[in-house]
Design a protein around this ligand. Structure first.
Ligand code: UD1
Length: 384
């Protein structure tokens, strides 16, 4: 008997019940002969490099699209060179903008590329605006989407990246997770188990490969002991009072420990906009991948609000103090060297003193953070 409208409203529609059991219908993934990759921002480049290499070794046809979200030489080109990423086949040159305009512009410029290339699958990386924009376009064109670094959740929807993660995971067909907390989050959200592939951390693949090169770079006159600082999250840099207070705190720290602070362009802009005096803190331009990795390996401590750096310091066993209330990478706190100090500057100074006394968290080995994630992703994609 066909269900009536009343049954449907009450959720007793048999199809609705089946839908809930099986999870959303996915685009069918057929044989994969042509893979399209979409990257746009600094961390995407680091995550995509090992996947591109693994698939290249297997002779798979690949097309690379750069959205142009990051475009400065030292935010983009230098990463392509050092990570040996091939020249993109398409550069959408979207540049900067508000979240809505940047995301919309990527979608508008990316759609014709997908229609022209007709890939068998598109791989997107991380949680930036380019990730969600590309996933939306492909999903609506019925092109299967694979999300590298799926399942991470900060459970903080004030972070634009959290929205990007939730939406991208919801519409992706293959979900490549870096750690088992990612699997658990996805299962809790109703993603069918068969779409989830625990493959490890692609960003760590790049680190493992290039660490010997970074270790060989000269010390370039940097001090023996120093705190390496990065800040770019809106919650830390978009409010004048907060940014001033963080920089004052760093100026105090610099009386005991040198500070090296490669400044993200948005942070540099905010420092100028708010007229903040930075005489006591050494501000540098954003650094290339290898030079920054070299500094991480030698740092006494890293103070950051970046996601990727929480992971890199954990892998390297370098103490990390994160200026955030939460993290989508809890494994770095549970198994790694990361401590969340939020906006508590007293806690920051207290943890810093402990680190200077040598009382810091030690690294443990993280499952599947072994430099072979790119190959595992290629295995899954090729097994379709
Ligand atoms: C983006 C990601 C963030 C990631 C970060 C890594 C989103 C929502 N955010 O943040 O998750 O951690 O990249 O760096 O996607 N700018 C330049 N040159 C560039 C790029 C940016 O000057 O090459 C300036 C522009 O003023 C721009 C601002 O930086 O408005 C912010 O850039 P945007 O790409 O919007 O976000 P990010 O803060 O870099």
């Amino acid at each position: 008997m066909r269900p009536g409208l009343r049954d449907f409203k009450l959720g007793r529609h048999p199809v609705a019940l089946q839908y809930r059991r099986a999870g959303p219908t996915s685009h069918r993934i057929g044989a994969v002969n042509h893979i399209l990759h979409v990257v746009g921002a600094r961390p995407n480049f680091v995550k995509s490099a090992p996947v591109l290499r693994a698939l290249q070794r297997r002779g798979v046809r690949q097309t690379l699209v750069h959205t142009g979200q990051h475009y400065d030489r030292n935010m983009s080109d230098v990463f392509f060179t050092q990570l040996e990423i091939p020249e993109p086949n398409f550069n959408l040159e979207v540049g900067s903008g508000s979240h809505a305009s940047q995301t919309a512009e990527i979608m508008r410029r990316f759609e014709p590329v997908v229609l022209e290339c007709k890939p068998d699958i598109t791989l997107v990386y991380g949680d930036v605006n380019s990730t969600v924009a590309a996933a939306l376009v492909c999903s609506k064109l019925l092109i299967p989407v694979g999300h590298v670094e799926a399942g991470l959740r900060s459970f903080d929807r004030t972070m634009p990246e959290e929205i990007n993660r939730i939406v991208t995971d919801r519409i992706s067909d293959l979900l490549f997770t870096p750690s088992d907390d990612g699997d658990r989050n996805l299962l809790c959200e109703g993603v069918p188990q068969e779409r989830i592939h625990l493959v490890g951390n692609a960003m760590i693949d790049s680190l493992v490969r290039l660490l010997p090169v970074a270790r060989n770079l000269s010390k370039n006159g940097f001090p023996e002991r120093f705190a390496l600082v990065t800040l770019h999250r809106p919650s830390n840099v978009d409010d004048g009072e907060t940014l001033r207070e963080i920089l004052d705190c760093l100026a105090n720290v610099s009386k005991d420990l040198n500070i090296i602070f490669p400044v993200h362009p948005r942070t540099r802009q905010r420092i100028t906009d708010f007229g903040i005096n930075t005489d006591n803190v050494r501000l540098l331009d954003p650094m290339p991948y290898l030079e920054f990795l070299a500094l991480q390996t030698r740092a006494t401590v890293v103070i950051t609000d970046s996601g990727g750096i929480q992971e890199e310091t954990t892998y390297l066993g370098v103490p990390c103090l994160t200026l955030r209330q939460n993290t989508e990478r809890p494994i770095t706190v549970i198994l790694g060297t990361n401590i969340l100090v939020g906006d508590d500057r007293t806690l920051l100074v207290c943890e810093l003193e402990k680190i200077l006394r040598g009382e810091h968290k030690k690294r443990t080995t993280l499952p599947l953070w072994d430099g072979h994630t790119g190959d595992r992703i290629a295995d899954v994609v090729q097994s379709m």
